[in-house]
Ligand binder design. Structure first.
Ligand SMILES: [Zn+2]
Length: 159
C-alpha cells in the first residue's frame, strides 16, 4: 500500500487570532446547602471536618442522610487530621465548564485520609503528570469568598 506524502499546510497570514473568550467566566462556587453548612463553617476556620455515623462510627464525605454501612440516620461532624495520601486521580483534558478552560489539563484527586475517609479534591503544586498514587498529602484551605473556603491538598513529607 502506498500512502500519499504528508501535506503540511502553513498557517495563513490572514488567519484570525484565537482569543480566549472564556477568560471572563469564573469557576462555579459550591452552594452552601443546609446539610453542608457545618462543613463550610469548619473550612472557613481552616478545619477539615467529615461526617461520622453515630452508630457504627464510620466516617464519610460528602454528607449523606443515611450511613451506607449500617443504615443509621444519626450522624455528627468530627474534625480529621487533614493528612492522607493520593488514593486515585483522573487528569481532565476536556473543558466541562468554561471557568476551567485555562487550567486543562488538571487533576481531580481522591485523597484517602489517615482516618480512612476518602475525599475528592485537587492537589496544589504538583503537575498532573507527576501525581502518583500513594503520595503523602496534607490539607490546605483556599478562600474563594467570605462565605466559601474549600479544602485542597499539597504534598507533605512522608513520615
Ligand atoms: Zn453507620
Amino acid at each position: 500500500m502506498i500512502l500519499p506524502p504528508a501535506v503540511v499546510v502553513p498557517p495563513t497570514q490572514s488567519s484570525p487570532k484565537v482569543t480566549n473568550c472564556m477568560a471572563e467566566i469564573s469557576k462555579p462556587v459550591p452552594s452552601i446547602t443546609p446539610d453542608l453548612s457545618e462543613f463550610f463553617e469548619g473550612a472557613r476556620n481552616n478545619r477539615l471536618i467529615v461526617q461520622k455515623c453515630e452508630q457504627c462510627a464510620r466516617l464519610r464525605f460528602p454528607a449523606y442522610e443515611i450511613c451506607s454501612n449500617c443504615r443509621s440516620t444519626r450522624a455528627s461532624w468530627v474534625p480529621v487530621s487533614g493528612r492522607g495520601e493520593v488514593f486515585s486521580f483522573n487528569i481532565m483534558h476536556q473543558v466541562y465548564h468554561p471557568g476551567f478552560a485555562a487550567e486543562v489539563p488538571y487533576a481531580v484527586v481522591v485523597i484517602e485520609l489517615e482516618e480512612g475517609c476518602k475525599f475528592v479534591s485537587n492537589l496544589v503544586g504538583v503537575k498532573p503528570h507527576e501525581i502518583r498514587c500513594g503520595m503523602p498529602v496534607e490539607v490546605i484551605f483556599e478562600k474563594l469568598s467570605d462565605e466559601v473556603t474549600i479544602p485542597k491538598f499539597r504534598l507533605r513529607a512522608a513520615r
